[in-house]
Design a protein around this ligand. Sequence first.
Ligand code: GLN
Length: 240
Amino acid sequence: MTAPVKIVLVYQSLLGIYGDQGNSLVLAQRLRWRGIDAEVMVVEPGDPLPADGAIYCMGGGEDNAQTTAVRELTKDGSLFAAVDAGAVVFAVCAGYQICGQTFTIGETDEVREGLGLLDVTTTRGATRAVGEILTRWTRPDGSEYLLSGFENHGGYTHLGPDATPLARVERGIGNAGDGTEGAVQGRVIGTYPHGPVLARNPALADHLLGLALDRELEPLGRVQSVHEGLRRERIAFVRR
Ligand code: GLN
């Protein structure tokens, strides 16, 4: 029997204030619908993080929680080992910011070291980015897919040469009001939208699963068409 695909939900108590844990449930369920065994492993600070996860999910959180998460993940070390071994990291908002080189916190903009998994830096922006966001993601096959979600962040993220944007902004702020959204570096993907974003954008979920399994996944038929109807409504709403 093959072992279940391990999806690791990292520090939900610190990085889970926007329902982003739903992303890990979406990943597991989309595998199960295809007859592939999956487990979601919930890991809290102080628990050892497994080094053999297929996908690690991190979500949104407050400034101080971000600092604690970096400290605990650095002390633990397994996330770095997992990334070196080819694991996928999917990080939303605060999770995205902590994957970078540095980010700032609080009114005094104290600079904090990130995990260094993405060549990005985050500093406080001119205005807080709050609202629906719609972006255009170019998939590996060259086709375009709209990503929708809700952004809520004060930090603005700037990409260095080793990171590439995940998508182009059609509505909203994204990384820094510069037309880009999110960052990709190897198999580490950071993005701002909540929602949770993988429930709103199943093709992105399947992309992460495809990366983790090293193969393209077959479409989901009827489930897919129900999701597409909901997606159309959501995208039309954002564009109003
Ligand atoms: N503290 C970060 C910011 O405001 C992240 C917020 C979040 O995760 N929503 O930029």
